[in-house]
Ligand binder design. Structure first.
Ligand SMILES: Cc1cc2nc3c(=O)[nH]c(=O)nc-3n(C[C@H](O)[C@H](O)[C@H](O)COP(=O)(O)OP(=O)(O)OC[C@H]3O[C@@H](n4cnc5c(N)ncnc54)[C@H](O)[C@@H]3O)c2cc1C
Length: 434
């Protein structure tokens, strides 16, 4: 029997160091560098500011821990990564300082599995060392949630692929050295057998960024980092196809499963930070002669938030544990990943809103980070697929373990159940008119 909720003391010591380092050295970066490309853009001052911190993390052997030692990481399992990420989630810079930022972490995994030796040398090595940025481009302007609607095509001509079509919300495209682009290579078969992933290098002729959208109302429209891209007879060498032709979704699975769990882990960090803020506030503020903390409606908000965070956290860590146990993204694992992905915006909405409410005006001002946390919620309901689609996955998987009633009445219909119970235990009952 093993069912443990404990952290090994040695690893706890590392987590304590990560927590102090995050609070003291990394979180201040959030206050100064707030551009849409921060902290990913290698040409930005924010990127320079991170460099000394990254050096310390590497010396501590905590860099890119999600990767195996052959790729310069520590090969941590998902539970360890979960405990680490829930600290890093406190800061927008946390993952980048520790070399596990999306989308680069997932893109590196794809290159490591499917890249040629030359591609690995040219792109994987600098990506793993944190010197360049990368982009994963799948969504199209007319279709995101349903890949069957994708139309961006690539066809083979001699020893080249020729790409035509458009992509949408390709994060970081404008400063990435390469893009991993999902394209339709065989429109005659269902998309899950007809799509492939192709590596497109920066500045390849025929690839044009039409504009860059931002999340939220940045002052100058077009300053964002999510590229709207057009490919017009864009030619790339044949060996830029990653994995087999038609296996695009299998290749993509390498990155999406892990990525979704890491988002959820970091959300735990955001939630805990918000609760910490709420707790300090209610212990500091007096109204009508007593602390906010003594008011029952405040206690209701703190208690519900604490409980929801704990439930969510345990679900995330359970999912991480399942991945470590199964070592693959099987049905059971995919169900839990989809469930926590769907739960993420809801728990954030509930907890952050309560904490803002408890803070009053300062909670909605630009003088705490609560409003930034609030503004980020909708995108977490969208990235890597909308909540609805993940709920569909959860429900389909749950319903697989159930069947329709064989007759007119349910199998749990009390009258027939009672009849069977009477057959079994009825003789213990005293006679009716005794
Ligand atoms: C910050 C951010 C970064 C992103 N980065 C990238 C990136 O780097 N690369 C990339 O390829 N994409 C990226 N995306 C795009 C993201 O993957 C898509 O937004 C997502 O897949 C949804 O697609 P869509 O926006 O086209 O919405 P749609 O597919 O149009 O869906 C809109 C809404 O329709 C409803 N809906 C859709 N399907 C169903 C269904 N089956 N059942 C019920 N309701 C449904 C939901 O309410 C959904 O929110 C990013 C998005 C954001 C917000």
């Amino acid at each position: 029997m093993s069912w443990s909720f404990e952290t090994e003391p040695d690893f706890q010591t590392q987590l304590d160091w990560i927590e102090a380092f995050t609070r003291e050295e990394i979180e201040p970066l959030d206050l100064i560098f707030r551009g849409p490309g921060d902290p990913w853009d290698p040409n930005s001052p924010a990127f320079q500011a991170m460099a000394p911190l990254r050096k310390i993390v590497k010396e501590k052997r905590l860099w890119a821990c999600h990767l195996g030692p052959e790729l310069g990481g520590e090969g941590y399992g998902q539970v360890k990564l979960g405990l680490m990420n829930e600290i890093l989630g406190r800061s927008r810079f946390g993952p980048s300082v520790f070399g596990c930022q999306a989308p680069d972490s997932g893109n590196a995994e794809i290159l490591a599995h499917f890249g040629t030796p030359e591609q690995k040398e040219k792109y994987l090595t600098p990506l793993l060392e944190g010197r360049i940025a990368s982009c994963y481009s799948m969504t199209e302007p007319q279709a995101g949630s349903d890949p069957a609607e994708f139309t961006c095509r690539a066809h083979r001509e001699g020893d080249e692929w020729v790409i035509n079509g458009e992509k949408w919300f390709a994060s970081h495209a404008r400063f990435s050295e390469f893009l991993l682009v999902m394209v339709v290579t065989d429109p005659e078969v269902p998309i899950h057998r007809g799509a492939s992933i192709i590596l497109v290098e920066r500045d390849t002729p025929g690839m044009e960024i039409l504009r860059n959208s931002a999340v939220g109302p940045y002052v100058e429209q077009g300053d964002g980092v999510h590229g709207y891209i057009r490919f017009t007879d864009c030619r790339v060498p044949a060996d830029h196809l990653l994995g087999e032709e038609g296996q695009g979704f299998l290749v993509a699975q390498t990155r999406l499963g892990g990525g979704r769990v890491h988002h959820a882990m970091r959300t735990v960090g955001v939630l805990k930070k918000a609760l910490d803020m709420g707790c300090e506030r209610v212990l500091s503020r007096t109204t009508k002669g007593e602390l906010l903390a003594d008011k029952q409606m405040t206690q209701d908000k703190i208690a519900d938030s604490y409980t929801q965070i704990l439930q969510y956290r345990l679900h995330v860590l359970y999912t991480a544990w399942l991945i470590d146990k199964h070592k693959e993204y099987n049905r059971e694992v995919r169900k839990e990943i989809a469930a926590i992905k769907a739960a993420t915006p809801r728990v954030l909405q509930d907890v952050i809103y309560r904490m803002m409410q408890l803070h009053g005006s300062i909670g909605v001002s630009d003088e705490t980070s609560l409003m930034t946390m609030w503004a980020n919620i909708p995108e977490l309901g969208m990235v890597d697929g909308p909540t609805e689609v993940h709920k569909v996955t959860v429900t389909r998987t749950v319903l697989r373990d159930h069947a329709a009633a064989p007759g007119l009445f349910p199998t749990y219909h009390t009258p027939s159940q009672r009849e069977r119970a009477l057959e079994k235990y009825g003789h213990y009952l005293p006679p009716k008119n005794a």
